[in-house]
Design a binder for this molecule. Structure first.
Ligand code: CAP
Ligand code: MG
Length: 428
């Protein structure tokens, strides 16, 4: 059966207009399918085409075709007219460029690597309300990395136990106390009761220490309930909420961002679920695309990985940090350039198996404009969370002063004990 009409979706002389949305895909064509045909099929199925020619296709609709315009080995750039999309509707964008195409038999593997977003589309979303400048202003901490700790174990603590752990963490000098990604409102820890007590504790500790603190209550839930929980945080003088952006979905993220505008709440986005589709370099969607969307919808911070227990290649972590923080991202052979004019920079959160022994290397790699999250690396300290938080802050202080951890540990017992337990190795 001839399939040459797919070639109508390939034009290697096409020059994208400045309003086109452009995607970079990596394609492994199926056996017997050329790269050019595979590119045409992807461009067709993700725009106006299907498996067969149609009885009627009015000429004006041909203007909505996706066009594969650059094919280099397994990499193809596809430009889509902006009219293919509903502005301000991220679910619809993903149903187009990240929908059926991943299931096509014509491709053995397909990965959406990077997107260049037209200005008009970026502007149709709210973007970050606070970003790095706004979060730093709330803390009045401008130079060092911010710190966060998840009270571990992940689940099971009741409100009283949770509040006790938080008190030890906050008084040790940690800036954020963060729910774990799977803690919401289970029968052992009611969201409303815990949030109320945690925010009261936060105010008490701020007064005692003179340091601003933040509580990352995980509002992830059914959308109406999520809005109710965000409002509860604001009613109890919280300044920020945490959300598992991928499990609540783009619609959930957009709803939360809408409601956080009037509530003046910052949004901390966890990325649980991403590894289901970002990890395979030959199939799925890159974490870079997820980070771009987080910034466009308007998270104020997002996890980018680290050098601990979870897979996160160093070059990817660096690319992610650049994409969420820079005004202009020049891109490379697989990453499309982006000009984030007017869209605030957001915090890259590094996490996953972090402990004091690896902090200096992390700061050397990522710089100071980061949030360092250590859960086990604080809660697992031999002398408990208060010592663990102090050890984490001491490792950051040592890095900021360019003093070796070994040297710094001589006068800081908390750090010395952490190094004794974990050394300087990254866990797997
Ligand atoms: C880290 C963590 C974070 C992961 C998320 C966890 O705990 O709380 O959710 O870091 O991964 O549940 O594993 P530890 P990523 O500090 O005890 O490792 O940061 O890659 O999104
Ligand atoms: Mg976690």
């Amino acid at each position: 059966m001839s399939v040459d009409w797919y070639m109508e979706f390939v034009d290697q002389n096409y020059k994208p207009s400045k309003t086109d949305l452009v995607c970079m895909f990596r394609i492994d064509p199926a056996k017997g399918i050329s790269m050019k045909e595979a590119a045409g099929r992807v461009a067709s199925e993700s725009s106006v085409g299907t498996w067969t020619t149609l009885y009627r296709l009015p000429p004006r609709i041909k203007n909505l075709k996706g066009i594969a315009f650059e094919i280099k080995k397994n990499w193809v750039k596809i430009a889509y007219p902006i009219d293919d999309f509903e502005l301000g509707n991220m679910p619809q964008v993903f149903s187009s460029i990240a929908g059926n195409i991943f299931g096509m038999k014509a491709v053995k593997g397909l990965r959406l690597e990077s997107i260049h977003w037209p200005d008009k589309m970026i502007k149709s979303f709210r973007g970050p309300q606070f970003g790095i400048p706004g979060i730093r202003k709330k803390f009045k901490v401008y130079k060092r990395p911010l710190t966060a700790t998840v009270p571990k174990p992940k689940l099971g603590m009741n409100t009283k136990e949770y509040v006790k752990a938080a008190e030890e963490i906050w008084t040790s000098g940690i800036d954020f106390v963060k729910n774990d990604e799977n803690m919401t409102s289970q029968n052992f820890v009611n969201f409303y009761k815990t949030t109320e007590k945690m925010l009261k504790l936060k105010t008490k500790i701020e007064k005692e220490t003179g340091e601003a603190k933040m509580y990352l209550a995980n509002v992830s839930s059914e959308t109406m309930e999520m809005v109710k929980r965000a409002k509860f945080v604001a009613d109890n003088s919280g300044e920020i909420v945490m959300v598992d952006g991928l499990t609540v979905g783009w619609a959930g993220m957009q709803t939360l961002r809408e409601v956080c505008q009037d509530l003046k709440l910052a949004i901390y986005m966890h990325r649980a679920f991403h590894s289901a589709f970002t990890r395979n370099p030959h199939h799925g969607v890159s974490m870079l695309v997820i980070a771009e969307v987080a910034r466009i919808i308007g998270a104020d911070s997002i996890h980018v990985g680290g050098m601990g227990k979870l897979v996160s290649p160093e070059n990817e972590v660096l690319m992610l940090k650049e994409e969420v923080e820079k005004k202009f991202v020049k891109g490379n052979s697989h990453v499309l350039a982006e000009y984030w004019k007017g869209i605030k920079p957001i915090f890259a959160v590094t996490s996953g198996g972090l402990h004091p022994g690896i902090i200096p290397r992390l700061i050397k790699l990522l710089g100071r404009d980061i949030i360092i999250q250590a859960g086990g690396g604080v809660m697992g300290h031999p002398k408990g969370p208060f010592y663990g938080g102090k050890a984490l802050r001491q490792s950051i202080d040592a890095a900021m002063k360019n003093i070796s951890l070994k040297e710094y540990a001589k006068k800081h017992e908390e750090l010395a004990l952490a190094l004794k337990k974990w050394g300087m190795l990254t866990p797997i």
